[in-house]
Design a protein around this ligand. Structure first.
Ligand code: NAD
Length: 373
């Protein structure tokens, strides 16, 4: 019988379901030397019981302290709002649990630093869920950059736009409260494209930007008469200088009417250009300057062949994968790192640097100036 890794998951809604799905799926597609066991799921409301049954967890609890203290648990997965991440992670690390944490890592770079130190000091494995790194088309883009196919990188342009908050009638959720979410679109959406910028192009050294709250108050959840003040940004724009000299432009929004989950980026270099759009995540568009001119142009690469990262574990070429598959890839990498005893990426260090960039953007927006990272 395979050795078992017992998992405790905090949060059972959006991300809780995505994590549960990944954990249930990987043993079927990836050859793991251990068996991940869905031991305990935690959530505040009573419907955690129904979620536990539906997602296949052995039991449920309402208090995360029980999960981090449980001697049976090997991995604590954190899929609850930002303000809970640090205290759960620090307690889990102190009890020797490996930690898989949602993004952004903490509420501030100070908190992220404390989390990183706690994980390091207690020698546990840690990962932050920048899941878009694990999309095969994104990994192909990274390979092409690293192989020099784009030449010197001049431009990185990224936007992450959604419209779930565009309707002023959307009630007040934890995401609108700075004390619970840390920041708004710049942290929620921005953390993903900042991570991709670091993954694909390298570190950023300075930023300038602006942000705004367009819908200043929203009706309280469950009491439409009561209005609550929105304290996190709806949208942000920023520019960055990379350490390698490249120029970056970034846009984040949760009120971008018409855009559902549009994470887009372009990488432009002296020898080529790549374009990616999450809403067509099996594809990468590429232009190479050295191709024969009469047929030259952007072309669409369908990134579903056995030579593409992870794709040989799923389906035959052309049988496309979806958004949720990146979560399976991420958990696969995390479990492999635990079994083979190395630090996986992206880890809490990446979460910390990411948070420093977010804070620099917020400061730049407040002070209307460039901020060095
Ligand atoms: N990687 C991604 O693509 C992605 C996408 C969405 C959200 N997220 C991140 O995932 C996290 C959760 O977001 P979500 O959209 O799933 O939120 P959600 O509101 O859908 O769910 C939050 C869950 O946390 C639980 N919870 C809240 N406070 C708790 C506490 N004190 N103790 C125990 N459980 C508690 C709730 O019961 C609920 O199940 C956030 O950090 C968010 O930024 C990541």
């Amino acid at each position: 019988m395979k050795k078992r890794l017992n998992i405790g998951l905090i949060g059972y809604r959006f991300m809780g379901k995505a994590h549960s799905n990944a954990l249930r799926t990987i043993p079927m597609f990836f050859d793991l030397p251990v068996e991940p066991v869905l031991k305990v799921i935690c959530g505040l409301k009573d419907d955690v019981a129904a979620a536990a049954q539906m997602y296949g967890w052995q039991r449920y609890v309402h208090d995360w302290n029980e999960v981090v203290a449980d001697p049976e648990i090997d991995i604590v997965a954190i899929a609850s709002p930002g303000y809970t991440h640090a205290k759960i992670a620090v307690a889990a690390a102190a009890n020797g649990k490996h930690i898989f944490c949602e993004k952004p890592l903490g509420m501030s770079s100070d908190e992220a630093g404390v989390m990183y130190e706690a994980a390091r000091k207690n020698k546990v494995k840690h990962m932050v869920n920048f899941n878009y790194r694990r999309i095969p088309a994104v990994l192909l883009a990274r390979k092409l950059v690293q192989d020099g196919r784009l030449g010197r990188i001049y431009h990185f342009k990224a936007s992450y736009q959604q419209d779930w908050a565009a309707d002023p009638a959307v009630p007040y959720l934890w995401r609108f409260d700075q004390r619970l979410a840390g920041a708004g679109s710049v942290a929620d959406k921005g953390s993903h494209i900042i991570d991709l910028a670091r993954f694909l192009v390298g570190e950023m050294i300075a930023v300038a930007g602006m942000s705004d709250i367009f819908i200043k108050e929203r009706a309280s959840l469950g009491n439409a008469q009561l209005k609550e003040e929105v304290t996190t940004d709806d949208a942000a724009l920023f520019v960055a200088r990379f350490a390698n000299g490249a120029l970056g432009t970034f846009q984040t929004s949760r009120i971008a009417t018409g855009y559902k989950n549009a994470l887009q980026f372009e990488i432009g270099g002296s020898k080529g250009c790549l374009r990616f759009n999450l809403e067509r995540l099996n594809e990468l568009e590429a232009y190479f300057a050295d191709e024969e001119s009469s047929t030259q142009g952007f072309r669409r690469i369908l990134v579903t062949g056995p030579e593409h990262e992870y794709m040989d574990r799923w389906w035959p070429p052309g049988h496309i994968i979806g958004w949720e598959h990146a979560f399976s890839h991420q958990y696969y990498e995390f479990i492999k790192a635990i079994v083979e005893d190395y630090l996986p990426q992206p880890n809490f260090y990446d979460g910390l640097i990411n948070q420093q960039v977010i804070e620099a953007v917020e400061r730049a927006a407040q002070e209307k100036t460039w901020v060095t990272i």
